[in-house]
Write a protein that binds this ligand. Structure first.
Ligand code: ARG
Length: 407
């Protein structure tokens, strides 16, 4: 679970050229490149150390080295893949929800590499992850990057994202984060619902080297949403707000033992502040704090009345209350902070340190009221892990440019 979205100012847009030159190349295969043998060996050692029942290490290393010599890559066993995906979650320094990393369910879809197949399985993923409201952490792993064949890519940042339509005068109807993406989809013939609304689900975009980029409308039954209401403020429901139940991040690259899986959408469940404090609260997102404050009758003439803080709390209460009322799994930032420290202790007990990035772990409201605020963390990068590549981030926000030259 990532507590901040890619919008976090501390982590987005800062990777200027200077930083890129200075940083080491990210692990995992690039299109057309062979797997790094050291990365493969390091992973196999980890896998065998933590899973002694799978048998001796050396024969497996020999086999993998032979396969890399012959093909430039290697095929993970089902168990290696499942462990690798779970370890990638465990290693992800931005996620506060890692206590349950062992429970991640893995859909092995490595044989699927065509756009339609990817899209169809993504829609099935949404259903399986939603699970009638009892959200299951789930990852679908599609075809890997290999020297002979580039992996498919999903352009969309998540399987479900809301369109942002630029209005005359520069205001945006919907999610301003996806204004450019929406604009690109419209230019390429996407038919938005009539009339347009603030929560129109964008089409999923899947690109393959053979087919180029293709748009797939997300079918209704795959879109589970929660209408937002407030436990005490009756007018809140009139705002007509809602949010989708399952956050499935779809543009990160999973790297296991030197092999890249750029198409491996995964989900946990929401922490309320992701929606209430960031998606609905950020000024460059739905920016609802002033409207909520006005309806609450707060004195907005002076920052020192802390009207923003008061309104933000009510917005967040509405999110937690509505998910609960609809029996959709959600967690609050106090509970999740405590769980994270439990996770950290457990990791230390097993002799592992737990990489964590303070600026992502600390919740975006009431930070000092949560225990995760009052300490520092180890933040060394580890693999397996999920990587957010600059070009993939660009495609998710702008709807291009394509990863592959036109077929
Ligand atoms: N912050 C993102 C959003 O609001 C979701 C990131 C993943 N979150 C999670 N709980 N697994 O949509």
């Amino acid at each position: 679970m990532l507590t901040r979205d890619e919008n976090c100012p501390a982590h987005n847009g800062r990777a200027g050229p200077a930083q890129r030159i200075a940083s080491r190349p990210t692990p995992g295969t690039a299109p057309g490149a062979a797997v790094d043998r050291d990365e493969a060996v390091e992973f196999l050692e980890l896998f065998h150390a933590e899973n002694p029942h799978v048998g001796p290490l050396q024969p497996r290393i020999d086999e993998v080295m032979w396969e890399i010599d012959a093909t430039g890559s290697y095929w993970h066993t089902t168990e290696e893949l499942a462990f690798g995906a779970r370890a990638a979650w465990r290693n992800n320094a931005r996620c506060i929800g890692r206590l349950y990393w062992r429970s991640l369910q893995v859909r092995d879809l490595r044989k699927v590499s065509d756009a339609e197949g990817v899209a169809g399985h993504c829609f099935a993923h949404l259903q399986a992850a939603h699970n009638g409201g009892r959200i299951r952490p789930l990852i679908s792993v599609f075809a890997p990057e290999t020297p002979s064949r580039p992996a498919p890519r999903i352009w969309s940042e998540q399987l479900i994202r809301y369109a942002g339509y630029e209005q005359p005068g520069g205001r945006v109807l919907g999610d301003p984060r996806y204004r450019d993406f929406t604009e690109t989809m419209l230019r390429h013939g996407w038919q938005p619902p009539e009339p347009r609304g603030a929560f129109d689900v964008l089409p999923l975009v899947v690109e393959t080297a053979e087919e180029g980029a293709r748009m797939f409308p997300v079918p209704g039954p795959a879109v589970h949403e929660v209408p937002l209401e407030h436990p005490d403020l009756a007018w809140f429901a009139d705002l007509g707000l809602r949010w989708h139940a399952v956050p499935v991040i779809s543009n990160n690259r999973l790297v296991i033992g030197g092999v890249s899986y750029p198409c491996a959408p995964f989900n946990g469940w929401y922490m309320g502040t992701e929606i209430g404090a960031r998606n609905l609260g950020d000024r460059d997102r739905y920016d609802l704090v002033p409207e909520v404050a006005r309806r609450m009758g707060l004195d907005t003439s002076d920052e020192a009345t802390l009207w923003r803080d008061q309104a933000l709390v009510e917005l967040n209460r509405a999110v937690l209350h509505s998910f609960r009322a609809n029996e959709v799994t959600i967690t609050d930032h106090h509970t999740e902070s405590r769980r994270f420290l439990t996770h950290l202790e457990r990791e230390e007990e097993t002799g592992r340190s737990c990489p964590a990035d303070w600026s992502w772990i600390v919740p975006p409201m009431s930070g000092s009221q949560t225990p995760v605020f009052h300490r520092y963390y180890d933040d060394e990068g580890r693999t397996p892990n999920f990587f957010s590549d600059d070009d993939a981030v660009g495609r998710a926000l702008r709807g291009g440019p394509p990863a592959f030259t036109a077929p």
